[in-house]
Design a protein around this ligand. Structure first.
Ligand SMILES: Nc1ncnc2c1ncn2[C@@H]1O[C@H](COP(=O)(O)OP(=O)(O)O)[C@@H](O)[C@H]1O
Ligand SMILES: [Mg+2]
Length: 362
């Protein structure tokens, strides 16, 4: 039997999506093909410390009472220097122990410091192959202003929008409000340019609420994106990079149906799960599905994506608009990305293998 590949599964992290990343790690630990891979779990605490973590799917599972969290317990991880592959951990007395060589890193991190190109840059620096998107696609996909700029250049339809920087709002509010007026009226969506999980996102139905919405978004970022509110369905496709330079592979469409809430906000995503119905796959006339799949591949290529991405759309009366791309989409066994691939013929275990093989191919 050939030697198993050694995979460092990196999870947790500094963003508000720490717990969900831990849940994903539990899912991957429970399903990864152990005949092919030996897993070395590496946690990142909320404070950003790399620590050895337990190879126990149950420890990272979501329970009703407690959100999983990576805790510093005295040991830290030392990544190898460029050109070497040996991972080590240091015990509380400062003595280093080998964790063996690592062939590939699988980061299952969301949001800032995980999905935004920063950790990808770190893996590039130390010469470690890693699963998923590179520095540029991760950074561009995290920033709603630059995502849209790249989409417009590539002919991918986006929602009409205005970008407001903190100093512009403080110094030139009237000019910015005139720009916002050109968007086509209420409702408006106001969001931080670089966040996620709907944190800091507001739906504005009355202009007297607009200032507060901008201020709330500015708590999360120094840059805000204002969009015309789209009246339409929220539909998504999952994309996998093609093998050996082939075109991206696009899944069937999934849909998010939110009831009893204004939009797919933080509560709907994580707390009020009864408000959300995932339709996988969802009903779309074949012609529309094909158009959506083509736009998904175009969006994937426009950002220079590698590995995987989830492309999120609004389907309005006049057709599709791409809302955003998630370069490390939710990846628990019950998340949209794995489920929509399952419906398209690729199961969770196979998906994990595919992503690792794609990482090693590049
Ligand atoms: N222009 C818009 N029109 C209608 N709904 C929107 C618009 N922008 C955002 N939303 C709603 O807000 C949610 C979160 O916005 P999104 O841009 O996806 O931010 P995040 O990166 O936090 O997921 C969307 O899933 C959708 O329900
Ligand atoms: Mg979103």
């Amino acid at each position: 039997m050939s030697k198993k590949l050694r995979v460092a599964l990196v999870f947790g992290g500094r963003s508000s999506e720490h717990a969900i990343s831990c849940v994903t790690a539990g899912g991957v630990l429970g399903s990864i093909d152990r005949d092919k891979y030996e897993v070395v779990p590496v946690g990142i605490t909320r404070g950003g410390v790399f620590v050895p973590a337990e190879d126990d799917p149950m420890k990272w599972a979501l329970t009703p009472n407690e959100l999983p969290e990576v805790i510093f317990e005295g040991q830290t991880i030392q990544w190898p220097a460029a050109g070497t592959k040996e991972l080590r951990h240091t015990d509380p007395s400062g003595v280093a122990h080998s964790l063996g060589d690592i062939d590939v890193v699988f980061p299952v991190l969301h949001g800032p410091f995980g999905e935004d190109g920063t950790i990808q840059g770190f893996f590039e620096l130390i010469g470690m192959p890693y699963v998923g998107n590179g520095v540029l696609a991760s950074a561009a996909g995290m920033d709603k202003e630059f995502t849209k700029a790249l989409f417009i250049a590539a002919g991918v339809p986006v929602t009409p929008h205005v970008v407001i920087r903190k100093h512009e709002w403080e110094q030139n509010k009237a000019a910015k409000l005139r720009e916002v007026e050109t968007l086509g009226g209420l409702p408006l969506f106001v969001k931080p340019a670089r966040a996620g999980s709907s944190v800091g996102v507001s739906k504005v139905k009355d202009m007297s609420d607009f200032d507060k919405a901008v201020k709330d978004a500015l708590k999360e970022d120094t840059k805000v994106v204002v969009e015309h509110g789209i009246d339409g369905r929220e539909v998504e496709c999952a994309v996998l990079q093609g093998r050996n330079g082939a075109a991206p592979r696009v899944s069937l469409a999934g849909e998010i149906v939110v009831t009893g809430r204004e939009f797919y906000d933080f509560e709907a995503k994580y707390l009020d799960t009864g408000a959300v119905d995932l339709k996988i796959p969802t009903d779309l006339p074949l012609e529309e599905l094909l158009e959506m799949q083509e736009l998904s591949a175009k969006a994937f290529n426009a950002l220079g994506c590698e590995g995987l991405a989830r492309v999120d759309f609004f389907l309005a009366k006049d057709g599709f608009l791409v809302n955003e791309v998630n370069t490390m989409p939710g990846f628990t066994p019950v998340s949209m990305f794995p489920l929509v691939w399952k419906a398209s013929g690729i199961g969770y275990k196979e998906l994990i293998t595919e992503l690792i093989e794609l990482a090693l191919e590049r």
